[in-house]
Design a protein around this ligand. Structure first.
Ligand code: UT7
Length: 351
């Protein structure tokens, strides 16, 4: 039975890049530390007043154009983000309205950096079940509002002011995660492959909520009111991340998952053409490649230019690979990711 075929991709990042040096104006860090520990040199941030549905419109229009499709050809949207325009509704229906896709299903999926594993799995299953014929899979993030500094003019170097010591300390307290995230959107148009045996050929997906507190934004609907000045002052609306623990989970769980998914599909790791892995830290992917004995050239990266764009990372990377000709029909692609939850795993796509 044939599953999904990727027929068009697109991505969009907002505004100008912000360098590591820019960040050092608002918190205690430096370019050398960030590059050595993460591989990141710059990232983009969503402008104030815009949200993920706005970023996603641009990426989706590019993907539709590449696919030779119009908005009205799309009959299903799978939208992934951990930074939606609003607490509710999700951003899928907002994107559908902005694109001009009317009266179609457009749910939001919430698996953070592991988003595309589910985007691809759900799309493949929907196509095989004849529940959709042309699906737009989107990942988009606007982390800018989460950032632990207030003075964007200081970050941008357009003022001589310095942050107050309180602001500097707060941002520095959160520097572990503040330096890794960036904003952007990626979109992938898929339809049912005409070739038998193509599509998602094996899946290994797992979750473990026991570790949820190692990577989360604590504010939620367990308190009354759910948001208050006291909660905000207490950093409950910021990311809480135990970076070292998350790192360890990623470098142990993902190689195991990749071996498991290859075994399920009856292919060897050597037969996989590309390992398209989430970009949270270049050192994580180097460790995974080394544990699997995979040459790094087969595990492409773009973290140096975009940082960690959470749900948007994998579609942005796949768009770059498709446009520069690395991604070709007939290849076996392994998609692998770990995100807050934890949700993690891998899947194999025969393109
Ligand atoms: O998609 C989301 C999933 N998230 C991840 O996958 C994140 C996984 N974790 C990581 O990528 C890394 O743990 C980080 C990049 C977050 C941190 O790197 P690390 O090598 O684990 O650093 P660390 O937290 O162990 O800190 C080492 C030192 C500390 O100083 P001391 O105690 O040795 O004096 C930190 O205070 O580096 C210091 N440090 C920094 N220094 C300059 C931590 N963050 C920074 C910073 N700039 N931004």
């Amino acid at each position: 039975m044939s599953g999904l075929s990727i027929i068009g991709t697109g991505h969009y990042v907002p505004g100008r890049p912000y360098t590591n040096h820019d960040l050092s104006r608002v918190l205690d860090t430096n370019d050398e530390w960030i590059r050595q520990r993460t591989g990141i040199t710059q990232r983009h941030f969503c402008p104030e007043g815009q949200g993920v549905s706005d970023l996603a419109v641009h990426a989706s229009q590019r993907a539709l154009e590449a696919a030779g499709k119009r908005p009205e050809d799309i009959d299903y949207i799978l939208f992934s983000t951990m930074t939606p325009d609003h607490v509710f509704p999700g951003s899928g229906s907002l994107l559908a309205a902005k694109l001009g896709c009317s009266n179609i299903p457009a749910p939001d999926l919430r698996t953070q950096c592991a988003a595309m594993l589910y985007g691809f799995q759900f799309a493949d299953v929907l196509l095989k079940a004849d529940a959709a014929s042309c699906i737009l899979i989107v990942g988009a993030e606007a982390h800018a509002g989460l950032m632990p500094w207030r003075d964007w003019d200081i970050l941008e170097g357009t003022t001589d002011r310095r942050p107050t010591s309180e602001d500097w300390e707060r941002a520095t307290r959160n520097r572990g995660w503040a330096i890794i995230f960036g904003d952007g959107a990626g979109a992938i148009v898929v339809e049912r492959s005409k070739s038998e045996g193509n599509g998602v050929i094996a899946v290994d997906l797992q979750s473990d909520g026991r570790f949820a507190s190692q990577l989360c934004i604590p504010v939620g609907f367990r308190t009354r009111p759910y948001v208050s000045a006291a909660l905000l002052d207490g950093d409950a609306a910021l990311i809480h991340m135990d970076g070292r623990e998350v790192f360890k989970h990623a470098v142990t769980k993902l190689p195991k998952s990749i071996l498991a998914v290859c075994k399920k599909a009856g292919v060897t790791v050597d037969q996989v053409d590309w390992f398209v892995a989430h970009q949270a830290n270049a050192r994580i992917n180097e460790a995974i490649a080394s544990r699997l004995g995979v040459p790094l050239e087969k595990m492409p990266g773009n973290i140096e230019r975009f940082g960690n764009t959470s749900a948007a990372t994998i579609p942005i990377l796949m768009d770059e690979m498709r446009r520069d000709g690395r991604l070709q029909p007939g290849q076996i692609v392994c998609v692998a990711a770990l995100g807050a939850g934890f949700h993690w795993g891998s899947l194999l796509i025969r393109t």
